[in-house]
Design a binder for this molecule. Structure first.
Ligand code: AHG
Ligand code: MN
Ligand code: MN
Length: 341
């Protein structure tokens, strides 16, 4: 299949289904092949199944917790479990996904040992769990790697730097359900139309604005931040009309929602290390890396504050990492304060 680099923003494609966009290789894949295309369509199917559950969460007794805790000690909400099982079931069907690493399981789940099973998927099935019961936006995050050897997948296969991702994306269950995906070239957004049961192209070639006067951080942690973060946090709130400060503060508490707003509008999202979480709170494999891949593809930046997220060499499946994500200039402002001794 020939390479297909979508034009800047050809409005004639708006409204195309996600399935068509993937099938016609319009995600700018180098060697788009059946297996990869099929895998991405499986992820879209899982997103449709999860969104139908999320939209009925208040009605179909899926609110509340299962009483269990997951690999990183978070209380598991029923919808987390449902979304986790939906993704495993769908990804296990077509023998293109060799294994999955989920926030909801300690170890990887081998899904296929077929020759065609050439991909590995990492996912956070339900991001923003604490917001499920209060009807605030939640999401699903995924990343796709290639399995670069024969034989069954192992945990070691998942410990790849994020720069080796073949695709990354997320679903946001907000005022509408949107599916955002990139294979490293450009980033495209599709909005779910429940009347036809399809994701339709709504945001072609998303680019992160170079700056926006908005920041997103949980200021409840301010007392635990490093001095440079505290100084940055004071600076963004100073009265300085000529420099457009104070910035606006926006914090949903769902990474997918805060990152999606930052991707479209610009600004900065930060979950830095602090005295309580010296490695930060967000997980590298299925939260930080997919968003770092998306933001860099859209012209943004993703750093720990010391290093590019996509260059980190993971050592464990659920390791945490500080995450500073957003517009080039907003991240540069942040680093000016945190780079100081
Ligand atoms: P998850 O629900 O998958 O465990 O993720 C929750 C994460 C992320 O969505 C969000 O950015 C962060 O937790 C919010 O943490 P605080 O409540 O500590 O701000
Ligand atoms: Mn999460
Ligand atoms: Mn989660």
């Amino acid at each position: 299949m020939e390479d297909y680099e979508p034009a800047e923003s050809d409005s004639s494609r708006i409204g195309l289904t996600l399935e068509t966009y993937i099938l016609e290789g319009m995600l700018g894949r180098r060697e788009a092949r059946g297996y990869f295309t099929s895998l991405l369509n499986q992820l879209a199917l899982a997103a449709k199944m999860i969104t139908s559950r999320v939209r009925r969460a208040g009605l179909v007794n899926v609110l509340g917790t299962t009483g269990d805790t997951n690999a990183t000690g978070d209380v598991v909400q029923k919808l987390d479990q449902e979304a986790h099982e939906t993704l495993l079931r769908v990804l296990g069907r077509r023998n293109h996904c060799a294994a999955a690493a989920s926030e909801e399981e300690e170890d990887i789940r081998v899904l296929s040992t077929a020759q065609s099973a050439q991909y590995l998927v990492v996912f956070d099935p339900l991001d923003g769990s604490s917001n499920i019961d209060v009807n605030i936006s939640i999401g699903t995050i995924f990343g796709v790697y290639r399995k670069d050897h024969d034989g069954p997948a192992t945990q070691a296969d998942f410990l790849k730097p994020g720069r080796e991702l073949q695709a990354a994306g997320y679903v946001i269950y907000g005022s509408s359900t949107q599916f955002v995906i990139t294979t490293g070239g450009s980033v495209h957004g599709f909005t779910y139309d429940p009347s036809v049961g399809e994701f339709l192209l709504s945001h072609e070639n998303i680019r992160v604005p170079v700056h926006h006067a908005t920041y997103s951080i949980n200021e409840g942690n301010a007392g635990r931040w490093a001095p440079g973060v505290k100084r940055w946090n004071e600076w963004v709130k100073e009265e300085n009309p000529t420099q457009g400060r104070p910035y606006s503060s926006r914090y949903v508490g769902t990474l997918v929602a805060d990152a999606h707003r930052t991707l479209l509008r610009g600004g900065l999202f930060a979950y830095p290390a602090d005295a309580k979480n010296p490695e930060g709170k967000l997980r590298l494999l299925y939260e930080a890396n997919p968003f770092a891949f998306i933001f860099e593809a859209a012209g943004g930046v993703a750093t720990t504050g010391q290093a590019r997220i996509l260059d980190l060499q993971p050592t464990t499946l659920h390791q945490k990492v500080p995450l500073i994500l957003g517009s080039k200039r907003n991240v540069a402002e942040f680093l000016r304060f945190t780079d100081e001794p």
